[in-house]
Design a protein around this ligand. Structure first.
Ligand code: GAP
Length: 514
């Protein structure tokens, strides 16, 4: 049986081989947790951003988008709490000299308990067959209940200790659970210490006059400091949202799992400004809307779940993650946070400028509350890419590798293939490309037998292959082959554009949210 680690290794090597993602500065042996997107990866990333931007900005009359600078005045990060509180608890193993996030060590331990629950479920489902009731089993099986109770009590204690900054207790917990270093196998740990995740840099030509700056660790602050500029120039009325896509930087202690946790990454964030007291209503609404957005891509309802936070970030009064089933288990894909008036009130205090909204209905000024949705582009990329990579057994006993990226996000929408390189077929293929290229990313491929070309496009994630053959010369029809079903249909050359458009148009996919 193929294990999760092998599947993940295949994802990483496929991403490199088919022009999606490579390690940054690879010729110099790479840079840890920094990655480059190559030709297909850049397209997929762009399509993910467009799918988000359209759903967020274009589809909401009261949400607008901005593009703020990465560098911000250093006081921003004092006001936001990042200078004092944007820390991770780190712990070193004295034997391997490896550094870990103490909370991640404990969470990984809990994930192993959850894997045991999954195993019990699988065993029971095999034993009971069709009569198996999963919910009933989870609620009544003594062994499963024991595992659940253990997992919950560990997470509760971790949450409490982190909340109280009781780092000694986090270390006690690691020792009590007898967690060993994955590298050395030893339990010889240092004390747990806090580590600030922001990258520092300098602005200015000479060392004496330079100002210390930070690379932004989240895009959200560029929205908060511009709240009044946007509200006034757009004459926006509460509730309204400001959306942004941009780079963020974090000096992550544990950089692993490919593009899941990076030091330079991209976020798609939206801050929704609301009347104080309405935050729970909006928080629930945005949880629902964001889940619908994910489900519209058809990557399987069973692969998503909500996880409400035990430990809240310094700015939040409620927070939940949308978790996705990555090849290494369920992990955070997106966060939905009720941020209260923490940020705006704090920027008011530090800047001495009023950041209030005049509510014409109440005839009153107030600092709005904020509900935020925040998703990493790279994490979304990994969710799409890893979920799409399949190895399928075919009826004739062979296997095919296919990248079933939702057609709306696929980097290349169609490959146009002349059956052979003569008899005028390449010329017709080029003419078809000349028509399609105005609307879609398409490519021409004439090398190798057509069957091999189909396989190559399957593995690259291209949803359609258009084949020009001798019949095309007679009746101006081509075959269109669907990547996922491998079905082939004969259609008129004049119908190709519309056939592709019907399957890849953003509108068609986003309508599933309604
Ligand atoms: N403004 C709120 C905020 O930044 P967060 O939970 O720290 O909240 C939001 O980050 C999202 O950004 C995460 O759900 C994840 O998708 C992405 N993200 C965070 N750190 C990341 C990293 N080191 N590498 C890749 N994506 C990351």
């Amino acid at each position: 049986m193929v294990n999760q680690e092998d599947i993940f290794k295949k994802v990483i090597s496929h991403a490199k081989e088919y022009g999606y993602v490579v390690q940054s500065s690879e010729i110099y042996d790479g840079l840890s947790a920094v990655y480059d997107y190559t030709q297909n990866g850049a397209e997929l990333k762009k399509n993910i951003k467009e799918y988000w931007w359209k759903a967020m900005v274009q589809m909401h009359e009261n949400i607008v988008g901005i593009d703020a600078a990465i560098f911000m005045h250093p006081t921003t990060w004092k006001a936001s709490g990042h200078v004092d509180a944007f820390n991770d608890p780190l712990i070193d193993n004295k034997d391997s000299k490896k550094r870990y996030r103490a909370d991640v060590l404990v969470e990984d331990y809990v994930a192993r308990i959850e894997a045991k629950i999954d195993k019990e479920v699988q065993k029971a489902s095999k034993r009971f067959g069709e009569t198996f009731d999963k919910n009933q089993f989870l609620k009544t099986n003594p062994r499963v209940l024991g595992y659940q109770e253990k997992a919950e009590s560990i997470l509760k204690r971790l949450g409490r200790s982190l909340e109280a900054e009781d780092l000694a207790d986090v270390k006690n917990l690691i020792e009590e659970l007898e967690i060993a270093c994955p590298v050395s196998g030893s339990k010889n740990w240092t004390d747990v210490k806090q580590f600030n995740l922001m990258f520092g840099t300098k602005l200015g030509a000479s060392a004496e006059n330079a100002t210390d700056l930070y690379l932004r660790p989240e895009t959200a602050q560029g929205i908060f400091v511009n709240f009044l500029n946007v509200q006034k120039s757009g004459r926006l009325k509460i509730p309204f949202g400001i959306a942004q896509i941009g780079k963020a930087f974090r000096n992550e202690i544990v950089a692993r799992q490919f593009i899941f946790r990076m030091r330079e990454f991209e976020q798609m964030e939206m801050q929704y400004f609301i009347k104080p007291g309405t935050q729970i209503e909006w928080y629930e609404k945005w949880k629902e809307l964001r889940m619908k957005w994910h489900l519209s891509l058809g990557m399987g309802e069973e692969n998503y779940r909500f996880h409400d936070h035990e430990k809240l970030a310094h700015y939040a009064d409620a927070a939940s993650d949308i978790e996705f089933r990555f090849p290494f288990g369920f992990k955070e894909l997106e966060g939905i946070h009720s941020r209260t008036d923490f940020d705006l009130a704090s920027h008011e205090k530090y800047s001495g400028k009023k950041l209030q909204y005049f509510d014409p209905e109440l005839n009153q000024n107030y600092v709005p509350y904020v509900v935020e949705t925040s998703i990493g582009v790279d994490r979304m990329f990994l969710a799409v890419f890893s979920n799409s990579l399949k190895e399928e057994e075919l009826e004739n006993g062979t296997t095919r590798i296919v990248l079933k990226i939702p057609a709306v996000l696929a980097p290349t929408k169609a490959a146009v293939l002349p059956l052979i390189k003569k008899d005028g077929l390449p010329e017709i293929a080029h003419k078809i490309i000349d028509d399609l290229k105005w609307d879609f990313n398409v490519i021409y491929d004439e090398k190798d037998a057509v069957g091999r070309r189909y396989r190559r496009q399957d593995a690259a994630g291209t949803p359609f292959c258009i084949t020009v053959d001798h019949q095309t010369l007679e009746d101006e029809t081509v075959t269109i082959r669907h990547r996922d079903s491998m079905e082939q249909m004969r259609i008129a050359v004049s119908a190709v554009n519309e056939t592709i458009a019907n399957e890849v148009a953003i509108k068609h996919w986003l309508k599933k949210m309604e």
